[in-house]
Ligand binder design. Structure first.
Ligand SMILES: [Ca+2]
Ligand SMILES: [Ca+2]
Ligand SMILES: [Ca+2]
Ligand SMILES: [Ca+2]
Length: 153
């Protein structure tokens, strides 16, 4: 924390000291060294996504910043599951490659079905009656073609 001091002279000749405290400036990635590179220096909410990736933004507008929010996109699937792995230093998974990592993407596989409607109980498993929120081909038609291709090969 730095501070600027100004010495002002009023019209009656008295001096006034104005002190303005200034916090460290941050770059677009939320770092104070202004190198604009995502750095994993901590995981405040312990969801296995580092603060540098979550940043001080509030994706779901619930009043809790993503770096403190255990479900940043409020789709019912915890960030810890949508992260893709348990290592906070790795880049969070972006299943559909749209530039929005799954933990802040309400339709992670971009198949038109919301994550919360695919993984209804939000446990990261494809249970009975659910579809895979990371599989854009939830009807399995493409998967059958893939299997046939393997047999023919
Ligand atoms: Ca985190
Ligand atoms: Ca939030
Ligand atoms: Ca979520
Ligand atoms: Ca989907």
């Amino acid at each position: 924390m730095s501070a600027w001091y100004w010495l002002l002279r009023g019209s009656a000749g008295c001096a006034v000291v104005l002190v303005v405290a200034c916090g460290p400036s941050k770059d677009d990635k939320g770092n104070t060294n202004n190198n604009n590179v995502i750095e994993c220096t901590g995981d405040e909410d312990g969801d296995s996504i580092c603060d540098g990736h979550e940043r001080n933004v509030d994706s779901d507008s619930d009043g809790v910043a993503d770096y403190l929010d255990l479900d940043a996109d409020n789709d019912g699937i915890p960030d810890e599951i949508e992260a893709g792995d348990a290592d906070p230093n790795t880049t969070p998974v972006d299943s559909d490659g749209d530039g929005h990592p799954d933990f802040r993407d309400s339709d992670s596989d971009n198949d038109g079905l919301a994550d919360g409607d695919e993984d209804i109980n939000g446990n990261g498993q494809v249970d009975s009656g659910e579809t895979d929120p990371h599989d854009p081909d939830s009807d399995d038609v493409g998967a059958t073609v893939e299997v046939l291709a393997c047999v023919l090969d």
